[in-house]
Write a protein that binds this ligand. Structure first.
Ligand code: DX5
Ligand code: ZN
Length: 223
């Protein structure tokens, strides 16, 4: 399955509720929520209270991307706020496996993300422990950056391994994704596409989402 996840980082924060409804009406599957702490990444966004407020406005699946140092401190807050998928960064904590298992004890899905400098191989021992892998296709921290096509080698390697081991793990790509590279990321093996600028800054979000979806479905690598 291919899923489209608009990132609210590119939305108008003065009217978040309306912005979320706009992408829900336009056919989004997930809502991607970028939480940044000014420590793990050089930017600060929002935390659990904002997510809890949005939870009342939409039925979209909440895909929460934690770009925070030592995320184990705040997992309960984000779960209570309504996260459906909680993704931590491999680089953000000493023992990612412990944090993954801590998330797993709750009824939410768990994702693990790698920044551009982190090799895909570090995730091989964790594939059986997670529902989703998030391969960053820009340096985490800001929206509107240029897509790094060389990250797709990681997606290829991970997708092949997931298929070889007959696992069911989604691969999400995040950063500079648009209708122009949806085919390329799908053919590498990614099936969840995060897009901030491409969707929220468009005057025709419905068209962008449907093009991304159809390019994804047409080109998805399935082994
Ligand atoms: C970057 C965030 C992304 C960002 C993507 O650190 O994780 O989710 O919002 O924005 P675009 O699609 O504009 O690159
Ligand atoms: Zn993100």
């Amino acid at each position: 399955m291919v899923y489209i996840a608009p990132s609210v980082l590119a939305a108008d924060f003065s009217q978040l509720g309306e912005e979320v409804r706009r992408v829900e009406d336009a056919g989004a599957d997930f809502l991607h929520l970028d939480v940044m702490d000014g420590m793990f990444v050089p930017n600060i966004t929002f935390g659990a209270p904002v997510i809890a407020s949005l939870r009342k406005k939409t039925d979209l699946i909440f895909d929460v991307h934690l770009m925070i140092r030592d995320p184990q401190r705040y997992l309960d807050d984000f779960i209570r706020a309504g996260a459906d998928i909680l993704t931590i960064h491999y680089e953000s904590c000493e023992k990612p496996l412990d944090v993954i298992r801590q998330i797993r004890n709750n009824e939410v899905k768990v994702g693990i993300s790698i920044s551009p400098k982190t090799p895909a191989e570090v995730l091989l021992p964790l594939l059986t422990e997670v529902d989703m892998i998030l391969v960053m296709t820009v340096e985490p921290g800001f929206g509107g950056q240029k897509f790094m096509p060389e990250m797709l080698d990681k997606v290829r390697l991970l997708r092949k391994e997931i298929i070889r081991r007959k696992l069911r793990v989604d691969i999400e790509v995040d950063g500079g994704i648009s209708e122009d590279n949806a085919a390329q990321v799908a053919s590498a093996g990614a099936n969840i596409f995060v897009a901030g600028s491409a969707i929220f800054k468009s005057r025709r979000p419905r068209l962008v989402i449907s093009r991304m979806r159809s390019e994804g479905i047409k080109n998805l690598y399935q082994g």
